[in-house]
Design a binder for this molecule. Sequence first.
Ligand code: ADP
Length: 178
Amino acid sequence: MEHKLQNGKLLRMLVGDITKVPTDGIVNAANSALAGGGGVDGAIHRAGGPSIMQELDQIRANAGGCPTGSAVVTGAGHLPAQLVFHAVGPVYRDGKHQEHELLALCYRKCLELAEQHAVKTISFPSISTGAYRYPIRDAAQIAVCEALRHLEQPDAKVQEVVFVLFSESDYEVYSKVV
Ligand code: ADP
């Protein structure tokens, strides 16, 4: 689905593999050790090749990792993008450990980095709703709200946000929020 805002900017949603969707920036659902893993993280490193992990090794050596609610940038290797934003979403416990704020911060940080790097189109997976068990309805609400809030800003250079959902049922949940 495609939702065009009054200012002409676009929010898109589709079912697919994020490593196959061309955008300027691709967001990875990473972990704070930036160590790679399963899910979308594994898919991004497999498709992007070793240069992404080499850059993360450098970041890890300098900064030790990335705190929850933040993100770091690398090149995109063989992916159909220029940059990857490795965002660290919260592990969902009971909703009383700042999960909501931390997930919103993740999206905000990626969009802020996108602005700094003149990224016009950016694709997101459903951060935290896989291994990190964030309830999908709440996570979708946060994700879509942050994307729309950013796209509505008149001075934002990002023109298009794409949510790439990995299943039809995730897609249904996300598309109902708009
Ligand atoms: P987290 O640890 O943040 O929960 P996961 O990678 O376990 O991250 O899951 C996040 C979401 O990404 C889940 O909905 C999962 O189904 C989805 N996912 C897994 N592989 C891909 C992929 N190749 N493209 C898009 N989404 C994916």
